[in-house]
Design a protein around this ligand. Structure first.
Ligand code: FES
Ligand SMILES: [Fe+2]
Length: 451
């Protein structure tokens, strides 16, 4: 549990809050390149860390991210014209570049220098492999982008989606740090219903069998340079245990351990839209091989009416609630105000939860905790050790910044993000940390089999 004060400290992300200030030191995956598909594409209204912003692609191809309302008299820049070098407000034609400078004020006298005194809040953006990252922090120039492998492999090797959770980012992210729920929430009562998170395989691996057979994993948790490493072990063969090592990377990245031969790797960035909405950016990639057409189709479509780890192409409302508001209000068909459909017959006969697939199962639990989970009422058990350590780490980083001016960990060490989640069968007497040291290290283009 956390005191009400600590819970607030942990979950508030707006400008001026301790956690919000800490989060702003990191690059934030803001939108997918496909959402601003072409030069001069229609701008997008997004919200990040509680700030309303407008993203646009200017005539030189670069992405700009500015405050949503024009500094002249507040008209929405969403209606603006993306032009060479910036965006021009539709109301009186003031134009702003991607750095936030007013570069044209066509309704003022030609000799006026008023435009040199007006700026719009603007955040630097960098586009890498289909993801637009934004930097909302104080450092000039900004720190380097983190070496997260999912965003470094070539496009044919990866698949990235996003969905919205109508709750605070912490409780959404905590679902991925807690390995213990899978053997329940995502389990099937029979062998023919496949509802486990790694959707790119049709046969259960040895590791999956160990995991499903032992519902009482034992946890060991360690701080790493830029995060927390959560080891969960399950009974395997005699004299060995099956270890799954989930990685948390500051401030909101999680990496899920793999299963089977030549495995794909998956995980999320849990990007806070505001205190009560989260963009779950989901990735699946192979470190060395392009994803096959079959793998992509499994990721893109429902199977037997069930969703996977990624939202399927059918999981979204056909159009956003407000045109141009495609990013933060991307509507899922279920969740938020409407409950997820639960099939009680399915729950009685085949599926532990009766809920329609992996991410709806997670989201139904997380959104149902309330917009911001009341952690003062929790009763945490031994399988919650990872969550406890991650909370402590985030609070400590925010505290050290607020009280001692210390830059949060990892910000200037992009290489600390070049790690993987891992899994291994470890004989008793051996150390799971040592046994997974190699497979936890990213070597671009190199992949390892998993149990
Ligand atoms: S409100 Fe934007 S130019 Fe006047
Ligand atoms: Fe889950």
């Amino acid at each position: 549990m956390l005191s009400a004060n600590d819970n607030q400290y942990l979950t508030q992300v707006g400008p001026g809050t301790a956690m919000g200030s800490s989060l702003r030191h990191y690059w934030i995956p803001a939108i997918l390149s496909t959402e601003l598909p072409a030069i001069n594409a229609a701008p997008l209204d997004i919200r990040l860390l509680g700030e309303d912003l407008t993203a646009f692609r200017s005539g030189d191809g670069s992405v700009g991210l500015v405050q949503s309302n024009c500094p002249h008299r507040g008209a929405p820049l969403y209606y603006g014209r993306p032009e060479d070098g910036g965006i021009r407000c539709a109301y009186h034609g003031w134009m702003f570049d991607t750095a936030g400078r007013c570069i044209d004020m066509p309704n003022e006298p030609e000799e006026s220098n008023f435009k040199d005194k007006v700026t719009v809040a603007a955040y630097p953006c960098v586009e890498r492999n289909g993801v637009v990252w934004a930097y909302m922090g104080p450092d000039v120039p900004p720190p380097p982008l983190p070496d997260l492998e999912w965003n470094l492999v070539p496009a044919p090797q990866s698949y990235v989606t996003k969905r919205i959770e109508n709750c605070n980012f912490m409780q959404a992210m905590e679902g991925e740090i807690d390995s213990s729920h899978s053997a329940f929430l995502h389990s099937s009562l029979t062998n023919d219903v496949f509802t486990t998170p790694v959707a790119v395989k049709l046969v259960r691996s040895k590791g999956e069998r160990y995991r499903m057979q032992d519902q009482r994993p034992r946890f060991q948790v360690l701080d790493t340079n830029a995060g927390v490493m959560v080891g969960a072990s399950y009974a395997a063969e005699e004299e060995s245990r099956y270890w799954r090592i989930t990685q948390f990377l500051l401030p909101f990245h999680t990496l899920i351990p793999p299963y089977g031969a030549s495995p794909v790797l998956s995980g999320h960035a849990w990007v806070p839209i505001d205190d009560t909405h989260t963009m779950a950016l989901c990735f699946t990639y192979h470190p060395s091989l392009p994803l096959s057409q079959e793998q992509r189709e499994i990721l893109m479509y429902q199977r037997n009416g069930l969703e996977g780890l990624h939202p399927s192409v059918d999981a979204y409302e056909p159009s956003p609630a407000i045109p141009g508001d495609a990013t933060w209000r991307t509507k899922m068909k279920h969740g938020g105000d409407s409950r997820f459909p639960i099939d009680r017959e399915f729950q009685n006969t085949k599926s532990f939860s009766g809920l329609p697939g992996v991410w709806p199962q997670d989201t139904a639990m997380q959104e149902g905790m309330g917009l911001i989970s009341n952690r003062a009422r929790e009763h945490l058990g031994t399988t919650d050790m990872g969550i406890i350590k991650v909370r402590k780490r985030l609070i400590a980083e925010a505290h050290n910044l607020a009280n001692h001016g210390a830059t949060p960990a990892g910000v200037f060490n992009p290489d600390q993000y070049a790690i993987r989640a891992a899994s291994a069968v470890v004989e008793s007497g051996s150390s799971w940390v040592e046994m997974t040291a190699e497979t936890r290290t990213v070597q671009l283009g190199v992949s390892y089999d998993a149990p």
